[in-house]
Write a new protein. Structure first.
Length: 583
């Protein structure tokens, strides 16, 4: 779907405010919390971040239980056409949420019920809203994927999503309707909870994204054209930090942060890009990592972090250096085949120091595209081991020829096991479940999972003979255990980590390499797994899996039917016909 060329809406662009500091009890508690004491009955504060509430702490097995707060937090998101100029460079048409880019913060406490009503005011686009990384336990219908869990929301229509915040940490929400999120339908999401290390102040989110002076749909079309000769996509024009940056000509403005010497700050990093891996660093200040995606980790220190698309890290920054101005750096990681015409910068200033462009020096640069291997989940859960090659479902990433548009040309697109995912917005997978129709067309890319309570083992391998591009693989409805990663073809002789592997919902298949993951069948639903490079999923690099279909909690039928009826009425005269996977 694309913008109407004659778009007239000229809405002003606002930068999303950072999340306010922790609103719970911040009084200084005289004793240090003991994270090893499971579910200690203490209050969360600067010296006791391991605590949360009676019966819940950083030591809680969050797979087994979460607080039941009885509280509902509600949000209304209104999507409109607009004009964006976030770095002072070229203005372009875009989409806004509640009149701003990025969209407003959705926040809740661990265990709250979250209700989000999305209203589509766009002129010529449908939409659907996905809440990235949210487990959606018992609420698959709220996963927000057009063509999978719902029909898209037609212009002039609204749809309400409801789910429980059964996890805690940092994430984002974004459109799951073609390449739409690259044009602005995106925003941050924070579920407050305990932490594995103490901090004084929650600074909120840092949303990191590549930015193009052309629309995402224009870039996607050029990317598909380049793919026909196995060439890469166009380079992005800039990197934004919370929706702002200076451009190559010096226009625009930096993001500014003020800190007090001696304080510790929590910063929530999110890569909301469409194409680029971004590496981040704060001059002279190591990053203490305490969470990856929605999984609390044992703290570890890093000078640079490479963040794949869709990944998140919560980090603590100790303001213990000489009072001065320091660069926060956000740059594409070229080792990940990412490309950008400029780089991201923000200015961090100690209170009492006049704000100016810093003269600080960076830590030594990193030169690889690997993810940290020392991400140890705080809650240790071994994965049942065995003969992995025999247990695993192998999914080969490849290029293939497919007819994406009915009656159109056969073009080179991405595939898994030679299947290019291509959903039907008017007949989502959820409709097959309502109708008890098991005659699924092959283009839905459906595979089954193991029986309830069993473990799924997947080996995702990039085939030889195609461009060695890393792919950030994201799983809906679950996080997963990363048993191993490699940069060559998996042979079966590799050593895998079964005892306490990294756990997250987005991990990288290295260029020319492999990714071995495991997750338990414990969340019935129709779920999506896909590469989170927007061009790749729009070109079909994903699959669906049905988990315990007879036990799926279906969405409310009349609301679902009304949504599809409105969409089908609109789709008959749709200005921009579907010309990609729909995702």
């Amino acid at each position: 779907m694309k913008f109407l060329a004659g778009l007239a809406a000229l809405a002003s662009v606002a930068v999303a405010a950072v999340v306010p500091a922790e609103t719970r009890d911040l009084s200084i508690i005289e004793r240090e919390a003991n994270p090893a004491t499971a579910d200690s009955a203490c209050k969360n504060g600067p010296l006791t971040r391991a605590c949360w509430s009676d019966g819940y702490s950083i030591a809680t097995d969050f797979d087994q239980k979460h607080p039941t707060t009885g509280k509902t937090v509600s949000y209304n998101l209104e999507i409109t056409n607009g004009t964006c100029n976030p770095d002072g460079g070229a203005s372009r048409i875009c989409f806004l949420i509640n009149g701003q880019y990025p969209g407003p913060l959705i926040e809740a406490n661990w265990g709250d019920t979250v209700v989000v009503t999305v209203t589509n005011h766009l002129q010529t686009n449908g939409t659907a809203m996905h809440f990235h990384g949210v487990r959606q336990l018992g609420s698959c219908g709220a996963d927000g994927v057009g063509g999978v869990t719902q029909c898209p929301i037609a212009p002039g229509q609204s749809y309400t999503y409801s789910f429980v915040a059964s996890q805690f940490g940092t994430s984002w929400y974004h459109s799951h309707f073609s390449n739409q999120y690259g044009d602005g339908v995106v925003g941050p999401m924070v579920f407050h909870g305990p932490a594995s290390a103490n901090y004084d102040i929650d600074l909120g989110v840092y949303q990191l994204t590549d930015w193009y002076y052309d629309t995402a749909y224009q870039v996607a079309a050029r990317t598909l054209n380049n793919l026909q000769s196995k060439n890469g996509p166009p380079a992005a024009d800039n990197i934004l930090i919370n929706g702002t940056n200076k451009n190559a000509q010096g226009g625009g403005k930096y993001n500014y942060v003020s800190v007090t010497k001696g304080k510790k700050y929590l910063l929530r990093l999110i890569n909301i890009s469409v194409d680029n891996y971004i590496k981040v660093s704060l001059d002279n200040h190591p990053l203490q990592v305490i969470s990856s995606d929605y999984v609390p980790t044992k703290p570890f220190s890093a000078q640079w972090l490479t963040i794949g698309i869709g990944q998140r890290y919560d980090v603590i920054i100790n303001a213990n250096q000489t009072a001065a101005n320091y660069w926060f750096r956000a740059e594409v990681n070229t080792a990940c085949q990412s490309a950008n015409s400029w780089y991201g910068r923000a200015v961090w200033s100690y209170n009492g120091v006049a704000t100016a462009d810093p003269v600080s020096s960076s830590f030594p640069a990193i030169s690889d595209c690997t993810e940290p291997t020392n991400i140890l989940p705080y809650w240790v859960q071994p994965v049942p081991s065995g003969n992995f090659p025999q247990m695993a479902e192998t999914l080969n990433v490849n290029l293939t020829g497919a007819q994406v548009v009915p009656g159109g040309d056969v073009v080179v697109v991405w595939s898994l096991n030679q299947t290019t995912l291509n959903v039907n917005w008017s007949n989502p997978t959820m409709s097959y479940l309502f109708d008890q129709n098991t005659e699924y067309p092959s283009n839905l890319g459906l595979i089954d999972t193991v029986a309830e309570g069993g473990w799924n083992y997947w080996l995702i391998q990039q085939s030889s003979g195609i461009p060695p591009i890393p792919h950030p693989i994201h799983l809906h409805g679950h996080d997963f255990f990363v048993l191993g990663q490699g940069t060559t073809t998996f042979t079966g002789s590799e050593t895998l980590n079964w005892s306490n592997p990294p756990r997250r919902d987005t991990a990288t298949v290295y260029g020319g390499g492999w990714l071995a993951i495991a997750f338990r069948s414990d969340n019935p639903g129709a779920w999506l797994m896909h590469c989170h490079i927007a061009w790749h999923i729009s070109e079909g690099l994903g699959m669906q899996f049905l988990e315990q279909p007879d036990k799926i909690t279906m969405p409310e039928k009349s609301g679902y039917d009304n949504l599809c009826s409105a969409w089908n009425s609109y789709a008959g005269g749709m200005y921009w016909p579907k010309d990609d996977s729909g995702l």
